[in-house]
Design a protein around this ligand. Sequence first.
Ligand SMILES: C[S@@+](CC[C@H](N)C(=O)[O-])C[C@H]1O[C@@H](n2cnc3c(N)ncnc32)[C@H](O)[C@@H]1O
Length: 181
Amino acid sequence: MATVMASGNADMELAAVELVDPRPDSNVAMIGCGPGVGVVAGARRAPNGMVIGLDPSAVMVERTRTRCRRERVEHLTRVERAAAESLPLPDRSQDAVVSVNNIQLWSDRSIGLDECVRVLAPGGVLVVLLHTWAMPDDVPYAEWVAELRTDLSARDVQVEPPQTQRFRSGPAMVLIGRSAR
Ligand SMILES: C[S@@+](CC[C@H](N)C(=O)[O-])C[C@H]1O[C@@H](n2cnc3c(N)ncnc32)[C@H](O)[C@@H]1O
């Protein structure tokens, strides 16, 4: 599965990092980083910063660590076993938080969003990508996205109108928000 994700979702992970557009000294948290394609890409864009890869799966954490070693960005990264609902990061410590293809898996989206906002620095950017086909079946796409925007606005995140973009593995929602706290 990790191997499939590493190739099948690579363009989404890379697009998310491009949307963050990290400064050389940015701190970036990649939630649900899977096999770590975005962690490596982020580290290359932030050679004086730190990219933190987080995933609750021990297998994914190991895959990401191996990828970072192989790509020689180990010193620019930290990879830990953690879920969105409990981020092992200080308040206001991240210039960007990225979630690609995992928000639908969070056991409690409200707590996960609280955590994202807690760790974002003022003006920090939140980037969420999710395959449209991975959204819950029981809620129409537009409604699901509108609900997410409302949840973020309630947390003082200014959200740009979400776009639907086509990737190799299919269409996905692309959402960009900025913390106004
Ligand atoms: C479909 S994969 C996506 C991985 C990668 N971002 C990508 O697009 O290739 C979903 C990932 O989310 C992780 N995940 C599951 N529950 C999570 C949670 N509550 N918080 C953060 N990540 C979670 C899984 O372990 C898995 O690595």
